[in-house]
Design a binder for this molecule. Structure first.
Ligand code: C5P
Length: 443
């Protein structure tokens, strides 16, 4: 029986024909002309986009447009709250099809059904993913079309969180995000920066549409993905160890090397959990990032992220912390007396996961950042920390490695020492990931 189409769909289709680059209209966005540049990889892949109710929902329109420019088919599901921010009509105009909103709609169920909607996608993208939707997903709810689809899908799920920084920082959200990451959900962003609703700064802003597209392409790329199905945990950056509310002990680590490794592992198909200390480099796309400050928080985040196939500990963890963190700012004394600063040793994260056979990843990789006796110290660490490889690098100020873009690595294993030429941190990351993939494949 011929199905009667709603007038709004005709309008949507008409609008989409105008906007469809494949239909012959050239779009010139982000300075690039995409006509005829649809990547073969995007051919026939269907993205199911779940839009939940946040101010960032307006960016979903741009996201759809950019996905379609790259040749993806996009179907959209909207939550009730999302409809307060963008209309199904405008989303449908850009996807070029019907927008699904109701779980219990006879029309929706007769037409496609939520199970088929869930199963027909190559990837489910949630953008924006609100705190509420993440909480309902983490709890396995299925009380509206969006959550029912998310529960029923067997496609990979990529979430782009967007919420107020306080909501993002709340322990409930932290728990939900950690749970979803364990369940295999991938995350892109949340970014630091000014937020739309109130000029409020802080983490919580949704990743930009092009970052989401990059994460989508990384997940769906049919290119060789030697770490696909593997879970890789990476630590990166320094730790900050508080002395009092305004002072802390830190080091000069930029996080560039660790973040590049996380990005390279994700590009190789791994599910990546990056546990990052305070850094100014952006979160890599397609990676679940857990932000921490102290060594103890880093240890807890790594323990929560395990089990993993590979652990790469690139963080420059502070060896010591103040024995006692003062509740208020330490004041200068009129006498000129200097306050005592007693230190205690921090837990060693690599040494904690390394030797324990129950928790140990198949491959444990550490770094040795040294300013003297590089190889000797690296060999000592290899044994002491139960690592498989130590990547030794000279971080003397003259080398410019700390904070710089290049690195010179010596891979120390029980088999001996392998000297790598000086290369960019990104090239180091790619070489390390290729090496890891080859080693895991041999086992
Ligand atoms: O600081 P150190 O030179 O001992 O670091 C060697 C390796 O051990 C690095 O991979 C570093 O990330 C890791 N490490 C750690 N936890 C610490 C100290 C170092 O995981 N508390």
């Amino acid at each position: 029986m011929a199905k009667q189409k709603k007038p709004s769909l005709n309008l949507a289709e008409a609008a989409s024909a105008i906007m469809d680059p494949v239909g012959g209209i050239e779009l010139d966005t982000d300075g690039l002309r995409h006509r005829g540049t649809r990547s073969a990889m995007a051919e026939q892949k269907t993205i199911l986009l779940v839009i939940s109710g946040g101010i960032a929902a307006y960016k979903a329109l741009d996201l759809v447009r950019r996905l379609r420019e790259r040749g993806f088919a996009v179907k959209a599901v909207m939550t009730k709250a999302a409809e307060a921010f963008v209309t199904p009509l405008s989303v449908g105009a850009i996807t070029g099809g019907r927008v699904h909103t109701d779980l219990l709609s006879r029309e929706d169920e007769a037409d496609i059904g939520h199970i088929r909607l869930a199963r027909g996608a190559d990837l489910v993208v949630i953008a924006p993913a609100t705190a509420d939707l993440l909480a309902r997903m983490a709890g396995g709810h299925a009380d509206d079309l969006a959550t029912a689809v998310l529960l029923a899908t067997n496609a990979p799920v990529l979430a782009a969180p967007a919420m107020n920084p306080a909501m993002w920082a709340h322990p409930a959200t932290r728990r939900n995000v950690a749970q979803l990451a364990k369940d295999g959900v991938r995350f892109v962003g949340r970014n630091a920066g000014e937020r739309a609703e109130s000029g409020e700064a802080g983490p919580g802003r949704m990743a930009e549409p092009l970052e989401i597209v990059a994460a989508v392409e990384a997940i769906l790329s049919p290119a060789a993905r030697p770490l696909s199905g593997r879970h890789v945990v990476v630590t990166s950056g320094p730790t900050h160890e508080p002395i009092d509310p305004v002072r802390y002990i830190a080091n000069r680590s930029s996080g560039k090397q660790g973040h590049a490794i996380a990005a390279a592992a994700a590009a190789a198909g791994a599910r990546v959990t990056l546990v990052s200390g305070p850094v100014s480099v952006p979160d890599p796309a397609g990676v679940t990032v857990v932000h921490v400050e102290t060594a103890r928080e880093m240890l807890a985040a790594v323990a929560a992220a395990l089990p993993a196939d590979v652990a790469i500990m690139a963080a420059a963890v502070a060896d010591w912390r103040a024995a006692e963190e003062q509740a208020s700012k330490i004041k200068k004394q009129p006498s000129g007396a200097v306050p005592p600063l007693a230190l205690v040793e921090n837990p060693d994260i690599l040494a904690t996961v390394g030797p324990d056979p129950a928790r140990r990843p198949a491959l444990g990789v550490g770094f040795a950042a040294e300013t003297a006796n590089l190889l000797k110290n690296a060999e000592t660490k290899l044994a002491a920390k139960g690592a498989d490889w130590i990547l030794a690098n000279d971080v003397s100020p003259a080398t410019g490695v700390m904070g710089g873009d290049d690195n010179t690595i010596h891979l120390v294993s029980r088999a001996g020492v392998e000297d790598w030429p000086t290369m960019t941190k990104q090239a180091v990351a790619e070489r390390l990931v290729a090496r890891i993939a080859a080693t895991l494949a041999e086992r």
